[in-house]
Design a protein. Structure first.
Ligand SMILES: Nc1ncnc2c1ncn2[C@@H]1O[C@H](COP(=O)(O)OP(=O)(O)OP(=O)(O)O)[C@@H](O)[C@H]1O
Ligand SMILES: [Mg+2]
Lengths: 293, 258
């Protein structure tokens, strides 16, 4: 018989532990440095012009060397375009994911859909813009508009929404579905009342990530909503502006005043995305009934 | 009121694999029937064929007849959803809905199946929780999440949820296997009380439990390695445990195999 004794952790293992720990911390720092420096730069340079004037005025009638001017038209445009894009892509994306997880079950159709969703994930944003330009604007003869931009953005959003929702639905235990069926609840009601609420927080997070991703897209907007310096609140008619376009437009102008506006535009964009995130999280929290922990 | 269940010539498949074969039995109303047998012999499978939960699994199908008060549950045009409302089920692992409060969990079957007045639901929730012996423990925190209860409480919550829709029959698949002895006792007592209103069928690996709670016992076994499960013997519980007619039953009960 061998006897077992309590052993001390050997020096070699302790050193290895230290080494790996240091490496992990280093990797974390490397990952966080760009994030913090980007935030720092944007806040530092953006605060200069972050005032009421900026948030409530457009660039209409502002000459190349004039101070003042703002991004109201761009903020309005971005909000409308992102809202429209979400209205198009979130329902389609959700229903697709529900079909894939709850009904398709690896059949031929669902495998085909999965494949095309993967392909869509890889579409460069310029191509989405070009597609809408060629199809909507040139072939169908529709005007440049916020809606055309929203179409391009929704092409980019859809695969992200499908994939993240699909993952969240797959995480819902089969036990819960069975428990609901065993109560005599039909399948569709089970999905609406049991599966979706259980996955809600995750789905909302996925949708927010998709929104955050497209809110900063520049290329597809250039090809579809065009540029304007004035306020156009009608997303279905005529060129609009978007914050990413605004940043791009101001940043390439030769004066410091314009570059400052670009920084403030970027700061506004970040703030809008963060605010949307917060609102969505509040909604998810408020909608989950069993929150009294 | 509860109704008689008659099963005849029932086979169940998972894809091409036949899990149980040629099962026939009669279960009288307001009795407790225990299913015992070694692991993998198809007790859960058979239980799930009784309320058409078997076919929820992709590729699974059933042949044969299950009559509830003379009507074939597998007859043409029978809606599985309505069958499940008449025949409720409690699972091995407690599975309360995580997004719902205690109240909502019990009301789930009522709410999910259409509108009812608040006072009516309130009344049913209270009687169901009382029926499941859980009322006193949770009456002050009905709005708290069901997932925050202990395992035994969660299982009684699931029983309350199942009886809230007023089924005729209650199927229980090893309802106590995840529970401590005291919770187990609570649920066994509960079964004895529920017997007056429901027909109860319970799968259990605990011989003492089967002997304690059931009126009749069915012993399931595989006909051989890789073959489908069958009912070897079904009789009054007292007989099965004292004087079984089959050698295999006696061997299993006395712990010589399984
Ligand atoms: N979802 C499934 N897909 C395929 N085969 C299955 C599935 N569930 C069970 N089986 C098979 O059916 C047979 C019977 O299984 P079942 O779960 O009914 O046994 P059981 O008697 O309940 O066992 P236990 O006492 O361990 O719960 C087993 O051979 C099992 O492998
Ligand atoms: Mg089982």
């Amino acid at each position: 018989m061998t006897t077992h004794t309590v052993q001390r952790v050997s020096t070699g293992r302790r050193l290895k532990d230290r080494l790996v720990q240091t490496l992990v911390y280093l990797a974390f720092a490397v990952a966080v440095i760009p994030l913090i420096s980007v935030l720092w730069l944007v806040i530092k340079n953006g605060l200069a012009r972050f005032d009421l004037d900026f948030l409530t005025h457009s660039m209409r009638g502002i000459g190349a060397r004039d101070i003042g001017g703002g991004a109201y038209h761009a903020i309005l445009g971005t909000l409308e375009q992102v809202l429209l894009a979400s209205l198009i892509s979130v329902p389609i994306g959700l229903l697709t994911a529900i079909y894939l997880v709850e009904y398709g079950r690896g059949g031929r159709l669902s495998r085909a859909i999965s494949f095309f969703v993967d392909v869509m994930t890889g579409i460069p944003s310029v191509v989405a813009g070009l597609f809408v330009l060629a199809f909507w604007v040139l072939a169908l003869g529709m005007p440049f508009s916020g809606f055309a931009g929203a179409l391009a953005l929704s092409i980019l959003m859809m695969p992200t929404v499908v994939r993240s929702t699909e993952e969240m639905l797959l995480l819902v235990p089969g036990d819960l579905r069975e428990a609901s069926y065993a109560l005599g609840v039909p399948k569709w009601r089970t999905i609406v009342k049991v599966v979706l609420p259980t996955a809600l927080t995750g789905i909302v997070t996925g949708v927010m990530l998709a929104i955050a991703r497209v809110a900063g897209e520049t290329a597809p907007l250039m090809l579809t909503v065009f540029f304007t310096d004035s306020i156009n609140s009608d997303p279905f008619n005529g060129p609009q502006m978007g914050l990413p376009l605004y940043v791009f437009d101001q940043a390439r102008r030769p004066t410091d005043i314009a570059v400052d506006r670009a920084w403030t535009g970027a700061l506004t964009l970040i703030l809008i995305v963060m605010l949307l995130n917060l609102v969505a999280r509040l909604i998810a929290w408020w909608r989950s009934p069993a929150r009294g922990r | 009121m509860s109704q008689q269940i008659q099963v005849s010539g029932l086979d169940a498949y998972y894809g091409r694999h036949k899990a149980i074969e040629d099962i026939s039995m009669t279960i009288e109303p307001n009795t407790i029937t225990a299913f015992i047998g070694p692991s993998g012999c198809g007790k859960s499978t058979f239980l799930r064929t009784l309320n058409r939960m078997h076919e929820v699994i992709p590729g699974a199908r059933v042949e044969g007849k299950v009559l509830l008060d003379g009507e074939d549950l597998y007859g043409p045009g029978v809606e599985p959803v309505s069958v499940r409302r008449m025949i409720g089920m409690v699972f091995q692992r407690p599975n309360p809905f995580p997004t719902m409060s205690i109240y909502e969990n019990v009301a789930a079957g009522l709410r999910l199946n259409g509108r009812r007045s608040k006072s009516e639901v309130d009344g049913i929730v209270e009687t169901s929780l009382k029926g499941a012996n859980l009322w006193n423990e949770v009456k002050d925190r009905l709005g708290k999440p069901g997932a925050g209860l202990s395992g035994g409480q969660q299982q009684r919550l699931c029983i309350a949820r199942a009886i809230a829709v007023r089924p005729e029959v209650l199927l229980m698949d090893e309802p106590c296997s995840a529970l401590d002895p005291i919770s187990t006792l609570a649920i066994e007592d509960l079964m004895a009380e529920l017997k007056s209103q429901f027909t109860i069928i319970i799968v259990t690996h605990n011989m003492q439990q089967a002997a304690r709670v059931s009126d009749r016992t069915a012993f399931f076994n595989l006909a051989g390695q890789g073959q489908p499960g069958r009912v070897i013997e079904m009789d009054e519980t007292s007989r099965i445990f004292t004087n079984p007619s089959q050698k295999a039953t006696e061997d299993y009960i006395t712990g010589r195999f399984g």
